[in-house]
Design a protein around this ligand. Structure first.
Ligand code: PRP
Ligand code: URA
Length: 220
């Protein structure tokens, strides 16, 4: 599904993705189930995210005959924005077990909402880059992560950004900064609240994934 306001945005409205997203949003969903759902959604959304990967033909032998068979051409790298990106990357890894992996560590300053970078590790020749973070809120983190990739020589045309929930404010900022980078999401939510959380959203994705929310969930 596309949105006329945002030409670079695709919203995946597949019923399985929407069902799992509703479970993820539910405040009573605990970290273990949250993690499992992010993995499953990453895998399902990965189907759309990888739709335009280039193919090349290579010779193989089937039990019947020789043929030129299509294979994914060139390297693919999943880049997780830490911490929460790791949850969806688990699902992508199942789809693309041969992919390289990179990490960009960012956290949002609670007062200014500006991203603070604390870690970057990327492969030297990443090829197609699938940048993953479940939340596109103000857009500061995703915009910064794309800038890190561009500074390392990754062409914008090779980057795809996968998120679970996007706020219109974040999509506007990201599309303004990086109009050539497609955004794939499962939901364009309503707006940001006064603490720059997405409404209705799912709360703090990293905290829910790792059980670091306050109060911390009971150990069961
Ligand atoms: C969350 C989320 C994004 C960012 C989105 O990370 O995973 O990276 O906020 O917000 P933005 O669009 O306004 O930049 P957070 O900073 O909470 O770090 P964490 O994943 O380590 O919890
Ligand atoms: N980061 C999150 O984890 N959730 C939001 O709603 C906004 C930023």
């Amino acid at each position: 599904m596309t949105d006329s306001r945002f030409p670079s945005l695709t919203v995946i409205d597949h019923p399985l993705v929407q069902h799992k997203l509703s479970l993820v949003r539910d405040r009573d969903t605990r970290p273990i189930q949250f993690r499992q759902l992010l993995r499953e959604i990453g895998l399902l959304m990965g189907y759309e995210l990888t739709r335009d990967l280039p193919l090349e033909r290579r010779p193989i032998e089937t039990p019947i005959t020789a043929m030129e068979a299509p294979f994914i051409a060139g390297p693919v790298t999943m880049v997780s924005i830490l911490r929460a990106g790791l949850g969806m990357a688990e699902g992508l890894r199942e789809l693309l077990p041969g992919a390289k992996e990179g990490h960009i560590g960012l956290y949002r300053d609670p007062e200014t909402h500006q991203p603070k970078e604390y870690f970057v590790k990327l492969p030297a020749e990443p090829g197609r880059v699938l940048l993953v973070d479940p939340m596109l809120a103000t857009g500061g983190s995703a915009v910064h992560a794309v800038e890190v990739l561009l500074a390392r020589g990754v062409p914008a045309a090779e980057i795809r950004f996968l998120c679970l929930i996007a706020a219109p404010e974040g999509v506007e900022r990201f599309a303004g900064a990086h109009p050539d980078v497609p955004i794939i999401t499962a939901s364009l939510d309503s707006h940001l609240d006064d603490k720059a959380y997405i409404v209705p959203g799912l709360g703090d994705a990293g905290d829910r994934l790792y059980g670091t929310s306050h109060p911390e969930p009971e150990v069961r």
